[in-house]
Design a protein around this ligand. Structure first.
Ligand SMILES: [Zn+2]
Length: 242
């Protein structure tokens, strides 16, 4: 019995250490988004699914992404009731809970309106994949062709979840992007990468006709670029900068 209790206690400590490590990663993720120009206003959110606490961690509304820490996060349930931390969540993360419910593979979501993704979203075309550095979006970026207007309640969740489908990301016309990924690191990697892909696509579209990457080569590059070793090394490179 005593041994069982000890084992249970050790498991609990391991779980809690895992949560703390992910909250530290989430804080660095916020700082990276800020440093990369994604968070000029309150528009945009990030969240992480905590399977231990059965909730979602997200920055408290109005807390600065520039100096985010584990202490500036709040834990919310499916109805956005605060279970831990001080402050309230950004109410716009209601659509995140929709995605989490429909995509058990998704552990972290980033949604922002950075300049180049926003500009591309105004043209009403899907994200072109025409550069090797954009191949992580090959056959992995959904497209919402109509902005549904100011979203109300669960409508936004349903619409964005449908646009996302089985993909890791989606371009939302007249709006921005959403990245729904297997880890915080992958969500940041794609959020930063889609802004870069949109920037280069816009420059190329202004200069001439885009030449897409060949399908088979794009698929191989997609798989290469999304290896966890590359995703995590890139995240850590940015993490060191902030
Ligand atoms: Zn938005």
């Amino acid at each position: 019995m005593h041994v069982d209790m000890m084992a249970g206690s050790n498991m609990l400590n391991t779980e809690l250490a895992g949560v703390q490590a992910n909250l530290d990663t989430l804080a660095f993720a916020c700082r990276i988004l800020y440093a990369k120009g994604h968070m000029a206003s309150l528009a945009g959110q990030i969240s992480w699914r905590d399977t231990f606490s059965h909730g979602y961690w997200t920055p408290a509304l109005g807390s600065s992404f520039a100096c985010a820490s584990a202490e500036t996060m709040v834990l919310v349930d499916d109805e956005l009731n605060v279970m831990s931390g001080s402050g309230i969540p950004n109410p716009a993360i209601r659509f995140h809970t929709w995605i989490y419910r429909h995509r058990p593979d998704v552990q972290s979501i980033v949604h922002t309106h950075p300049t180049n993704v926003s500009a591309l979203s105004m043209l009403g075309v899907p994200l072109p994949v025409a550069h090797m550095d954009a191949c992580m979006f090959h056959d992995d970026c959904g497209f919402l062709p109509e902005w549904p207007g100011v979203p109300i309640g669960d409508d936004e969740g349903r619409i964005i979840t449908e646009a996302l489908g089985v993909y890791r990301s989606a371009l939302l016309v007249n709006h921005g992007h959403v990245c729904a990924c297997a880890s915080i690191e992958e969500a940041i990697y794609l959020a930063v990468s889609i802004e870069k892909a949109a920037e280069t696509a816009l420059r190329a579209m202004a200069a001439g006709t885009i030449k897409p990457v060949r399908d088979d080569l794009a698929q191989a590059a997609h798989d290469f670029l999304l290896q966890p070793s590359i995703v995590n090394a890139t995240f850590n490179y940015w993490r060191a900068q902030v």
